[in-house]
Write a protein that binds this ligand. Structure first.
Ligand code: NDP
Length: 343
């Protein structure tokens, strides 16, 4: 007997009732090439909101179907195998892991990962030493034009989230002299400055963002790691220097609306980008997977040496996954939102 989570509804703002827990069984015998895995950790991510739409807006994302098991990033351990490349005890990961406590999967679709890369902290394969870390590192490297000695100031929105918290630290490691985060609570702002070494943090729900940005970025903004879009990003872009770079990572403030991706900018902001020669290219981590192996090694070394500090919010139990997803979409998480399924 196993537990699975199926999609039970779709609407504007996701609610826990969009997900339903069911009992199921697995077929007793594995076929050639199949592997039985026990799920250890699952990930909830903003892009999943797009999978609740009929049209996900992205060719590489398929919609989740009503009454079908949902899926996303997962990590687990092989319990039995009829696949030559997988052995009992191997730790494996996959981007389309079913939200189930156990699953039978094709071994050829699983990536084997080595626990020593994360000092045994296996959930990091879904975060800092997984797709989140890759998004932060490759986003900064591919679109940020961060240059040592160039006296650059970086601003990160969604800064206390999974990607943002890593991106700001990488901006500093790669050479920015000032890194400022924007996030949704005083507690998150405190964590950014006191735990992660950001120079300053702005609570967008409480503070006057334009005034605080002026104060905290006295030499203007050169690099903007944009996770949220909307009004926050418009405000940041208005204070960017000529020749600056926006890393267009995500636009979460717009995901519950029926708009294309990336959502259109106002004329005023388009004009600001053009007149100041600011680049703003869409960044998609999946387009850079040829650089993933070396990037994951770099991330692993930084995490193990403590140069990158990792924040996680961990919720226990597959029955709480729907709540965790909805909470993350509203800012309930600090760092990567993880769901622990089994020991
Ligand atoms: P996070 O861990 O950052 O979680 C989402 C956070 O977004 C929340 O914690 C909340 O923090 C913030 N948020 C929610 N609504 C709003 C709003 N209206 N305005 C401002 N902030 C809001 O998620 P991820 O790190 O996984 O993802 C961050 C971004 O990166 C997303 O836009 C995602 O789509 C994108 N992404 C892009 C990838 C790519 O290849 N381009 C790959 C992976 C992610 P707060 O409390 O501060 O409001």
């Amino acid at each position: 007997m196993l537990n699975i989570l199926v999609l039970a509804g779709k609407n504007g703002t996701p609610v826990p009732e969009n997900f339903r827990l069911e009992n199921s069984t697995l077929t007793a015998d594995l076929e050639d090439g199949e592997v039985l895995v026990r799920t250890l950790y699952l990930s909830v991510d903003p892009y999943m909101r797009c999978r609740m739409n009929e049209d996900t807006g992205a060719g590489y994302l398929t919609p989740w179907l009503l009454s079908e098991c949902v899926d996303g990033g997962g990590v687990g351990v092989v319990e039995s195998s009829r696949c030559a490349g997988c052995t009992k005890g191997d730790v494996v990961t996959n981007f389309n892991w079913p939200w189930q406590t156990h699953a039978v999967m094709k071994g050829s679709l699983l990536q084997k990962v080595h626990p020593q890369l994360v000092d045994g902290h296996l959930s990091y394969f879904l975060g800092a030493v997984g797709i989140t870390g890759l998004t932060a590192l490759l986003g900064v490297r591919e679109k940020g034009n961060v240059t040592k000695g160039a006296n650059q100031t970086m601003v990160v929105s969604g800064a206390a989230g999974a990607c943002g918290s890593i991106a700001g630290q990488i901006g500093r490691l790669d050479g920015c002299v000032r890194v400022v985060g924007i996030s949704g609570s005083d507690e998150k702002c405190r964590a950014l400055v006191e735990d992660l070494g950001f120079d300053a943090a702005i609570n967008y729900r409480q503070e006057d963002i334009p005034a605080r940005l002026k104060e905290r970025c006295p030499q203007g903004i050169d690099v903007y790691f944009d996770n949220v879009g909307g009004d926050i990003s418009d405000t940041v872009i208005k204070q960017m220097n000529t020749g600056g770079h926006v890393i267009l990572c995500g636009q979460i403030s717009q995901y519950n609306k029926d708009v294309p991706y990336p959502p259109p900018l106002s004329e005023e902001i388009q004009e600001a980008l053009q007149s100041k020669n600011i680049t703003r290219e869409r960044f998609m981590v999946l387009n850079y997977m040829n650089k993933a192996d070396s990037a994951l090694c770099e991330l692993s070394q930084w995490v193990k040496s403590g140069q990158i500090k990792v924040l996680e919010s961990v919720v226990d139990g597959i029955e709480n996954m729907g709540d965790a997803f909805c909470s993350m979409m509203k800012g309930g998480n600090t760092g990567k939102q993880i769901i622990k399924i089994s020991e």
